[in-house]
Write a protein that binds this ligand. Sequence first.
Ligand code: SF4
Length: 77
Amino acid sequence: MSQSNSDNWGQCLRCKWWQIEPDAAIEHQTTGLCIDEQLLPFRIRITGNGGCNRFMEGEPARAAGSSERPPVAEATR
Ligand code: SF4
């Protein structure tokens, strides 16, 4: 992994592309859908303590169905 990639790495629970259920707590074990535009086609269901180098700091988005298997929510951003 290059240095620039690891510089961008961050955890889902602090990422604006993490989308969780409307009433879900922002915790390590909470599951949500990654709505980053490049990752959205894969419908990645991931917990708050997951992460990647597409990380962008912000509040998680919220939509019903974000934690189902597979997630059925539309991306809200
Ligand atoms: S997988 Fe990456 S881009 Fe998606 S929510 Fe987690 S940190 Fe953000």
